[in-house]
Ligand binder design. Sequence first.
Ligand code: 5MM
Length: 325
Amino acid sequence: MSALNKIARTMVSNRRGILAADESIGTMSARLEQVGVEATEENRRVYRELIVTTPRLSESISGIILADETFHQKLSDGRTFPEFLDDIGILTGIKVDTGAKALAGASDEKITEGLDGLRERVTDYVRHGATFAKWRAVITIGDGRPSDRAVRANVHALARYAGLCQEGGLVPIVEPEVLMDGAHSLAQCQKVTTAALESLFEELDLMQVQLDGIVLKPNMVVAGTDSPERPAVADVAQATVEALRATVPASVPGIAFLSGGQSPELATKHLGAMQGLGQLPWELTYSFGRALVGPALETWRGDNANWAAAQEALSSRAVANAAAR
Ligand code: 5MM
């Protein structure tokens, strides 16, 4: 078993999943402000301290994805976040993309940036305790979207990112997110997701990415937020597994879903329903952001009197997702 394969398997096995706490400074600041907390560097640090110090988190969480700011911050006791996570048996992940920017020639589509200098950044993150990385590409469904050029540009960047991470010793989480935004049907989402994954695996092959040393982080196949369609849990599970079976090689050790704006409870139900769909070649787990930490942030609201209750809110989502596996 290669070192990368060993890390990837640890990330997805034993009923554990990954917590995405890598909101960029802009996104995290907006989320803090929504709950009445001033968006300062210190408040972002305190909130992340609340998350990672949640009791017994390592029983259901194998790895936590950090943003660069958090990666370099310290907990109140002086340990860096990667040092603390290592001490409690949770792997440290690092978001290495620098965000989705407007794609030239396409007004409503984006290309994720961050390849420049990535080799050197990977070396530095490994030296300071990271074992895996994340890069998120966004794909939209709508009038004429996604265009071929948006899909191809994004899977190309994902594959080059994955190759650079593996070369430097990090397991890449490869995240092609088909967004829920729009009025599209479940069937349209399945078609676009399948095509995007097909294109992704062609590009990963071209770039000689070692498939047993990645974790795939896709969207679940759901109807758009503005669609009148409200698919049953079983239909979402079926459509998602069909898309994955059609495209994801068996050598990929695990698939860790994003939640994409689904409610925490629904994301968990969908994950649970997929486990019953026969023998699957890969582990199916969670790499949720909002569906894990949303209730905790709502409970905390910047008041340390709510600290324990907020941690309990996170803990109960993490335990529910582990149980759904
Ligand atoms: C936690 O949010 C991540 C970073 O987002 P920004 O760079 O836009 O601030 C995000 O990539 C996240 O990891 C995925 O979208 C999965 O999170 P959800 O909430 O969709 O499960």
